[in-house]
Design a protein. Structure first.
Lengths: 380, 388, 266
């Protein structure tokens, strides 16, 4: 049996070595109708998988800069910029199509520039709503059903109720296992470092789902039951958009932090809710995607000033929160502006870091910020 | 008939007094974004104020830099949209123009122009604890039939939301009249632009841009129509018959509100902007003779910035042809990412049609992002390249 | 013999070129710009006159270009550097279709047609790392002279990445590298790559008439390391004129001379 250490090392390779990742994907591609890449948590993977395609969440490239025939000169976030140059230099050519979300203007610009200058693989935009009320769920269910119809046309596989139910079940299983992982890490800080946990979760966005569920359940089943909390470690929660730079997170832990929880795209926001399998499945999927841990690109009523958030902080026994934002990421900048004051009023130490996506090196100034923050963070 | 100037002054004064007056009379105030269906709100007796338009006034009063500095001192990132920075700055600035806008009873935002206004209003709602309603317009795509009922439901929800917070009901006859009036104002607005198809053009780009205000502040009211009718009549009366040899330009994108003439000081009779497509964004598609919700959905879901890339490029391309322009100046406005996406594809299209174009970089409202020498160098070089 | 003078009042240097009726350069001078642009130009002009055998009275026209062109009080006419560079670059190499200029303040990519006419041009963003000023600032912080950058970059042994397109961000990344004890040769190479990346971005925005040759103008073209890097990014050969820093001044002089000839023949 593969050791946890070995699994984590493999996950890290999948994330940070594009060539290794590409080889893995090209090998696996044969078993599916094609790989469909997508860029956001609002694209229902279940539908793609049920149609016989391989859903791949596109993450950073981590390649040293190389000549690219096109560049986005527009001040959009570094994720969109990096992905655009990767795509236009052929770095995503193993995909059979890509699906863009309707989430922020950076993504919209990216989608339009793709349409104009990249063209391959062909792209479509899933016009999900930004509201999360029942009317929006109804609308989104229709959009998803139409999307399923498109995939049926593209690949020839009809998405039957049974097939969809099975797929939903597989994805729910991942979500449940990930939630258990959080629960274990909450009570025991010796089990898995936060940076390793993020690497494990991020790799799940790339790996074949059956394989992933299997390694995840192996790791979770080996998890300790006893409580262990080292009082010297500062318990930290990270917040922000997609954060696949586990190396950056390990710096936080090297300075004496323990990333016990997160509110990031590829973390708790990915796994906090299941899709119900009774009733209208399209509606259930729509509801799950719109009401799970809200991203700031959505107009949701869920607020951090809620009592539930205070309860979460107490439960986690938190020492501080680090917002890890990307330059020019408007939704998360707004989120920080809205929440920083509230958190400070709740006596939580808050640090905001602005980083460039895909940059492996940690800025010297950011290291200083992290180190100083961990010195002062703590329960008063 | 009153002069256009006096009607505009009246509209301006009434708008800036409306907040204080509403407070006195106990009428509700809403902050709205530029492409909010104000007809619904006005038919519910809600006074609509536009923070974006207020940011324009602050920028035109030379206050943009100080007010943006005030908001960055309150930890707002410089990278945000300058309209929102100016607006947040007003709360931290000692003497904002006109004393700032009065505190609203509710916030209504839409995403049919950009993704920023919704984030901005949401933040305002969170920071000041003001009820917020967001109207979501999924990007206008003719293949999405689910969109229309979704928007219609939202309009119904909006009415309920206003009822809940104001105890006011909608006057459907008033709504109907407003929509008809809005449509008329749009027709007149287009006609005003079309006067500039003539050689020489009767209006300067500055005159057109400075006539935009009633399209927001007085839309759906007869005074907006009166203003545009008067202005068209005046311009037709003084039509210049001396045709001179001139280079005709299209200014693509936002003007620069902080400049005295709203555009750089590089133009004259021989080299003039005959059309700024930005002002035509307000010419919304209200169907003929229709005064119902359907008409509103049609108008507000097909705003320029909510359209597909191809549709936008086709539209500007057609304008360049219809107004017989010799060149296009593209304003890459740092603040508006959604508008920035058009520039490269548009230039490629224009190049195919052998219409020269040039990019200048600046901002719509933040004077600190304007580098006069750089911009002038680009425009002068462009002029040289068109003249030689 | 009558002569024409071209002055390029740039943001970092003042460059003067004197040409004869055969468009041959007979004298040139370059000085660092002082606070008073007009005075700097006069100083350079005097030096040029003192060091060449040409009599001042034989100079029958002065054309100024460059960012300080309007400050030059003793010239007859002014043109923008876009036009000047296109004329200068095209005269030096008529098979050129793209002229790149990395200036102190601005970088420009200019597309010309088969007759040398400007068909399109783009310039860098206000805040971006693709300018000569950035090279200057960075070489100072690395403690090397700008002349040494080319030589040093060729001794680099790893490829580092400067991810940023913003000068402030890029500078902080460089500081991080310095703090970590990274070899300065590698930092310089990364710097050249960052600038090349910026230029390639502009290059792809400009609408060229065909894939003709590319010419790099401006003093930065003397930096072989950067030329090599840029050529790699563009995947094309990059021509460098013998005196790249004088391309604008030379073009200004040629432009004036041509204009006068045209007037005579009219």
């Amino acid at each position: 049996m593969e050791t946890t250490q070995h699994i984590i090392a493999r996950c890290k390779k999948l994330i940070s070595q594009p060539e290794y990742r590409n080889e893995y994907l090209i090998r696996i591609k044969e078993k599916y109708l094609g790989i469909i890449g997508y860029f956001s948590n609002y694209i229902p993977e279940e539908i793609i998988a049920a149609a016989g395609f391989y859903p791949l969440r596109i993450i950073g490239c981590y390649e040293p800069s190389k000549p690219s025939p096109h560049s986005l000169y527009i001040p959009v976030c570094s994720f969109a910029r990096d992905m655009y140059s990767a795509a236009s230099s052929g770095g995503l050519s193993y995909l059979s199509q890509v699906v863009f979300p309707n989430s922020c203007d950076s993504m919209r610009v990216f989608a339009q520039m793709w349409e104009h200058a990249v063209n391959f693989p062909p792209a479509c935009v899933l016009l999900h709503p930004i509201n999360d009320n029942s009317n929006a769920i109804q609308y989104f269910a229709e959009v998803i059903e139409r999307f399923a119809g498109k995939l049926h046309q593209d690949g020839g596989n009809l998405i039957t109720q049974t097939r969809l139910k099975e797929t939903i079940d597989t994805y729910n299983q991942t979500r449940r296992l990930l939630r258990r992982l959080y629960d274990i890490r909450k009570i025991n800080d010796t089990f898995l470092a936060g940076s390793d946990a993020v690497a494990l979760m991020t790799a799940g966005l790339i790996m074949a789902r059956d394989e992933y569920n299997q390694i995840l359940s192996q790791i979770v089943n080996q998890g300790p039951r006893e409580i262990h909390k080292d009082r010297k470690l500062k318990r930290i929660m990270i917040m922000g958009p997609l954060m696949d730079n586990y190396g950056f997170l390990s710096k936080i832990e090297e300075f004496g932090g323990y990333i016990v929880y997160d509110n990031i795209t590829n973390g708790s926001r990915y796994c906090d809710l299941d899709v119900e399998i009774e009733g209208n499945l399209y509606e259930n999927i729509a509801r799950r995607y719109l009401t799970s841990g809200p991203s700031p690109t959505l107009n949701s009523d869920k607020e951090i000033s809620d009592q539930s958030f205070q309860a979460l902080i107490d439960d986690l026994d938190l020492d501080g929160i680090i917002f890890i934002n990307q330059k020019f990421c408007e939704p998360h900048v707004h989120k920080y502006l809205a929440e920083a004051d509230i958190l400070k009023q709740m006596n939580i130490n808050v640090l905001m870091l602005e980083i460039e996506h895909g940059r492996v090196e940690v800025d010297e100034r950011d290291m200083l910020r992290i180190e100083s923050f961990l010195e002062i963070a703590g329960r008063s | 008939m009153a002069s256009s100037k006096s009607i505009l002054a009246k509209i301006f004064a009434e708008y800036y007094l409306s907040g204080a007056q509403a407070r006195q009379e106990g009428r509700p105030i809403a902050y709205v974004t530029a492409f909010t269906p104000v007809e619904i709100l006005r038919a519910m007796d809600v006074v609509c104020l536009f923070p974006e338009s207020y940011a324009v006034v602050c920028s035109a009063s030379n206050k943009s830099q100080e007010m943006i500095q005030a908001s960055t001192m309150a930890s707002f990132s410089q990278d945000l949209c300058s309209y929102s920075l100016i607006s947040f700055g007003a709360d931290h600035y000692p003497r904002p123009p006109y004393g700032g806008l009065p505190r609203p009873d509710m916030l209504i935002a839409t995403n049919n122009q950009c993704g920023t206004t919704f984030l901005w209003f949401k933040l305002l709602s969170q920071k000041q604890n003001i009820p917020l309603f967001i109207i979501d317009y999924p990007a206008a795509n003719p293949n999405q039939s689910a969109t229309r009922p979704y928007i219609e439901e939202q309009y119904k929800e909006l009415i309920k939301f206003v009822q809940k917070h104001t105890d006011r009901n909608i006057n459907t006859q008033e709504l109907n009249e407003q929509i008809i009036c809005s449509r008329k104002a749009c027709d007149l607005w287009l006609r005003l632009h079309e006067l500039n198809k003539e050689v020489p053009p009767p209006l300067t780009a500055t005159e057109i841009v400075d006539s935009l205000f009633p399209m927001l502040a007085a839309k759906g009211t007869p005074s907006a129509c009166d203003f545009y009718e008067a202005l068209i009549e005046e311009k037709q009366a003084i039509r210049n018959e001396n045709s001179t040899d001139s280079l005709r330009l299209l200014w693509h994108g936002y003007p620069m509100w902080f400049l005295r003439k709203r555009f750089p000081d590089c133009f004259d009779d021989a080299f003039q902007v005959v059309l700024n497509d930005y002002t035509l964004w307000w010419n919304l598609d209200y169907p003929d003779e229709q005064g119902d919700m359907d008409a509103l959905i049609s108008a507000y879901s097909k705003t320029y910035l909510n359209r597909t890339l191809n549709h936008k490029i086709d539209w500007v391309d057609a304008l360049a042809r219809d107004y017989s322009v010799d060149g296009v100046i593209c304003h890459a406005n740092r603040s508006c990412r959604r508008a920035l996406a058009d520039i490269v594809p548009l230039r490629d299209r224009l190049h195919k049609k052998e219409i020269p174009s040039v990019i200048i970089e600046s901002d719509m409202a933040h004077a600190g992002c304007y580098s006069g020498e750089q911009v002038k160098l680009r425009i002068e070089s462009f002029r040289e390249s068109l003249s030689i | 013999m009558k002569y024409v003078l071209g002055i390029d009042a740039g943001s970092s240097y003042i460059k003067l070129v004197l040409i004869d009726e055969q468009q041959k350069t007979v004298a040139r001078n370059i000085i660092k710009r002082g606070a008073d642009i007009d005075a700097s130009c006069r100083e350079s002009y005097n030096t040029l006159l003192n060091t060449s055998p040409i009599d001042k009275n034989d100079i029958n026209g002065i054309m100024a270009t460059g960012y300080g062109r309007k400050q030059v009080t003793f010239c007859n006419e002014v043109i923008t550097e876009i036009t000047a560079l296109s004329v200068g670059g095209f005269t030096v190499a008529p098979d050129v279709r793209t002229i790149i200029d990395i200036g102190g303040q601005d970088s420009k990519v200019i597309a010309v047609d088969t007759s040398g006419k400007v068909v399109d041009f783009v310039m860098n963003h206000k805040c971006s790392a693709g300018t000569g000023k950035f090279l200057e600032v960075t070489s100072a912080s690395l403690g090397v002279t700008i002349e040494d950058l080319g030589r040093l970059s060729q001794a680099a042994d790893t490829r580092l990445r400067l991810s940023s397109t913003c000068t402030v961000f890029a500078e902080s990344e460089i500081v991080s590298y310095i703090a970590r004890g990274v070899k300065k040769e590698n930092i310089i190479k990364a710097l050249h790559a960052a600038i090349s990346g910026q230029i390639v971005g502009l290059f792809h925005q400009v609408n060229s008439v065909d894939d003709g040759k590319i010419l790099l103008a401006g003093g930065v073209a003397l930096n072989e390391g950067l030329v090599h890097e840029l050529s790699g990014w563009l995947n094309r050969e990059v021509l460098v004129p013998e005196y790249p820093q004088y391309t604008g001044a030379y073009g200004a002089a040629i432009y004036l001379q041509r204009k006068r000839k045209d007037r005579k023949t009219d």
